[in-house]
Write a protein that binds this ligand. Structure first.
Ligand code: MRU
Length: 348
């Protein structure tokens, strides 16, 4: 089943806030509630929020009462700004919205407002369908990097839940498993939202892939003691030089992997590569509500003192010097990333 899908004129999404305790599908009828769902992480993961925003724009088309094409385009523009501002780091969000807006505003003859509504829904559906196909292609490339018997560390959740279906880094692991390789996964729990312990572990159970959850600060131990052969992570935005923005904690994992000579592989659809940014220092980094850090409970009690303050940085940037290779749907890209990422994106 897909994480994000269109059914009966509505956008439906798995509510990722309540997994693994409950499996619930929520329905969305307007773009503002889709923007809310992205912000609150009902839907999360760069490709999944891109697809959700694309369908959100289709909803905005049906919400608009405009009968003239130009009025409809103005309504869509306003909706696209709302959707794009929901979360700043994942470039897929702006990429998907701009792709749909490009179709809405596209050249070629007089088009009725209703025709534009149909075209944007079709484009959103195409983005969703392509995502699944791209993930499977990436998985085929990436699975070649996994040997029978490998133990790998995985950070955050990059599986079917983070995409429309199949997944990026977790999709690589899943493909290797389906090819009959024995793979063991050490799942970083991924504080503070625990995407690893909650979502990745839940997915690995469904696929029958052996795993153990580790707290994020255990990764260095396992890397140093020779118990890990590779690290696989996703990315929310990768700069032209191969610097990779991903879930907070990825940088520390990459440092420990590098220090211990363990290959570190981001798995990155080309829609996540932002060639307009020469380096990762320019990637906007989301800071979220400190309550996500402070509100965690242990044995039914809040972990922090009542008046404690906290910071909640949601992503960090791993410099490309720590990256062994980047897996894309167009192949495994090796350094120099400045040259080779561009080729992978532009198909040169
Ligand atoms: O804050 P999240 O859960 O949306 O962060 C998700 C990640 O960091 C993933 O690794 C990234 O989106 C790539 S997954 C396909």
């Amino acid at each position: 089943m897909r994480t994000v899908f269109w059914e009966d004129g509505q956008l439906k999404m798995i509510d990722q806030r309540v997994l693994p305790g409950r499996f619930e599908i929520l329905s969305f009828k307007d773009h503002k509630s889709v923007a809310w769902a992205i912000k609150e992480m009902v839907v999360r993961g760069a490709p999944a929020i891109g697809a959700a925003a694309a369908f959100g724009l289709a909803l905005a088309g049906f919400e608009s009462a405009s009968s003239s094409t130009s009025d409809l385009l103005a309504d869509l523009q306003a909706a696209s700004n709302t959707l794009k501002s929901a979360r700043p780091t994942a470039v897929n969000l702006a990429w998907a919205v701009e792709r749909v807006m490009g179709v809405a505003a596209g050249v070629g003859g007089e088009r009725s407002a209703d025709k534009v509504r149909q075209l944007i829904l079709a484009e959103a559906q195409r983005i969703a369908d392509e995502d699944v196909e791209i993930n499977k292609r990436m998985a085929e490339h990436g699975a070649k990097l996994i040997n029978d018997g490998d133990t790998v560390i995985h950070h955050c959740n990059t599986g079917a839940l983070a995409t429309v279906d199949w997944g990026t880094a977790l999709g690589v692991i899943r493909m290797a498993h389906e090819q009959g390789k024995r793979v063991h996964v050490l799942v970083d729990e991924t504080r503070p939202r625990l995407q690893g312990a909650r979502l990745t572990a839940w997915e690995l159970e469904q696929y029958g892939i052996p795993y153990e959850i580790i707290s994020d600060n255990m990764a260095g131990y396992f890397l140093k003691t020779g118990q890990v052969q590779k690290c696989f992570v996703g990315s929310d935005r990768t700069a032209a030089n191969g610097d990779v923005a991903n879930k907070i904690g990825t940088y520390m994992l990459a440092l420990a992997a590098f220090d211990n000579g363990v290959p570190f592989y981001p798995v990155v659809p080309t829609s996540t590569i932002d060639l307009s940014l020469p380096h990762g220092g320019l990637i906007p980094i989301e800071e979220r509500d400190p309550e996500e850090v402070l509100g965690l409970e242990f044995h039914g009690e809040r972990i922090a003192p009542k008046n404690a303050k906290a910071r909640n940085i949601a992503f960090d940037v791993t410099p490309s010097r720590l990256v062994t290779a980047i897996v894309t749907e167009n192949g495994v890209v090796v350094p120099p990333f400045e040259v080779n990422l561009k080729k992978a994106v532009l198909g040169e």
